[in-house]
Design a protein around this ligand. Structure first.
Ligand SMILES: Cc1cc2nc3c(=O)[nH]c(=O)nc-3n(C[C@H](O)[C@H](O)[C@H](O)COP(=O)(O)O)c2cc1C
Length: 196
C-alpha cells in the first residue's frame, strides 16, 4: 500500500544545525570515538576513505581549541564559542591505490561529515557544519599540509536552553526548518529545465 505522506527516518528529521551549546559539559571519549566511527563507516569511491578530520576539544586543550575558534568568521564565533568540540572536515586529493586525482574526494567527505552529524544527533548532541572559516589561517596554525582540502568545520556539544542565546539567535534557533519543493531538485526521466 502506498502511504499518503512519505515518512523519513526520525534521525534525519531530528538533525538540525543547532545554535545553543552547553560549554561546561565535557563530551566523553566514548562519545567522541563514536562520532569518528560513524564518519569512517561512510561509503567512498574505491573504498578510498579520502576524508581527514582534525578534532579540537576545549576541555582537553583550551589553547588549541581557542585558536580553532579564532579561525571561524565572526558570525559563527558568536554561537560556536559555546561548543566544546570542533571537527575540521578535510580530505586527501589523490587516490591511495594509484596516486591519481580523486574527483570524488569532496562527495565522499561530505557523506562522512553527514554520518558524523547524524551520529551526534543520535547521541542527543547539538551539531552544526560551518563553511565560514579561514582555511588558510587554520592550515598555517595547525601545520595542515598544502595539498589537503579543507571543507568545513563542525561544532558539537551538549544542548543548552535556547534562552541562553541572544534574542536574534533565539529567533534563528526557533525557525522551522524548510526545504524547497521536491520538484525543484528532482527530475523524472530526464532533465526538466531549471539549473538552480
Ligand atoms: C558545507 C556547509 C557549510 C555551512 N556553513 C555554515 C556557516 O558558515 N554558518 C552557519 O551558521 N551555518 C552553516 N551551514 C548550515 C546551513 O546553513 C544549514 O545546514 C542549512 O540552513 C539547513 O539547515 P539544517 O542543517 O538545520 O537542516 C553550513 C552547512 C553546510 C553543509
Amino acid at each position: 500500500m502506498v502511504q499518503d505522506i512519505a515518512t523519513i527516518s526520525p534521525l534525519i528529521t531530528a538533525r538540525r544545525s543547532g545554535l545553543a551549546y552547553d560549554p561546561d559539559v565535557e563530551l566523553t571519549d566514548l562519545q567522541i570515538t563514536s562520532l569518528c566511527e560513524a564518519a569512517h563507516w561512510a561509503p567512498s569511491c574505491y573504498g578510498d576513505e579520502p576524508w581527514q578530520f582534525v578534532v579540537w576539544n576545549k576541555h582537553q586543550n583550551n589553547d588549541a581549541w581557542q585558536q580553532a575558534l579564532d579561525c571561524l568568521v565572526p558570525g559563527n564565533q558568536t554561537w560556536a564559542q559555546n561548543a566544546p568540540l570542533f571537527f575540521l572536515t578535510a580530505s586527501s586529493p589523490k587516490f591511495k591505490h594509484n596516486d591519481k586525482p580523486n574527483r570524488w574526494q569532496s562527495y565522499d567527505t561530505g557523506a562522512a561529515a553527514l554520518n558524523l552529524c547524524l551520529q551526534a544527533t543520535h547521541l542527543g548532541l547539538v551539531n552544526h557544519q560551518m563553511g565560514g572559516f579561514d582555511a588558510d589561517k587554520l592550515k598555517q596554525i595547525f601545520h595542515i599540509p598544502d595539498e589537503i582540502e579543507c571543507w568545513a568545520m563542525i561544532a558539537i556539544g551538549a544542548p543548552a536552553d535556547i534562552n541562553t542565546l541572544s534574542a536574534d539567535l533565539q529567533e534563528r534557533a526557533l525557525q522551522a526548518r524548510s526545504r524547497r519543493p521536491l520538484m525543484s531538485n528532482f527530475h523524472h526521466h530526464g532533465w526538466q529545465g531549471q539549473t538552480k
